[in-house]
Design a protein around this ligand. Sequence first.
Ligand code: ZN
Length: 87
Amino acid sequence: MVDNSTVMKDGICLECGAKKTDGLSCYEMFGFPLVWEHKDPELYALHFWLVFCYMIQHPSNYTEEGYKHLVKSWNGRDTLRRCSRTC
Ligand SMILES: [Zn+2]
């Protein structure tokens, strides 16, 4: 089971290399645009891309199968475009 936490060591994300911002981890920061887009349909139209960007930088938060699917989707952008319109 995936727990969606971000592993930070000495204030640095072990997956993407980002520094904590205002004491917040990558995952904690990820929550801000999720709330923001939830209140704005135009932003929510980009939800797939928001999650995609976070996910590809933090693969340990997802199952191995899910991550492979993501990478495969990126390689076949036609699939990704179809999904971005419906997700
Ligand atoms: Zn990170």
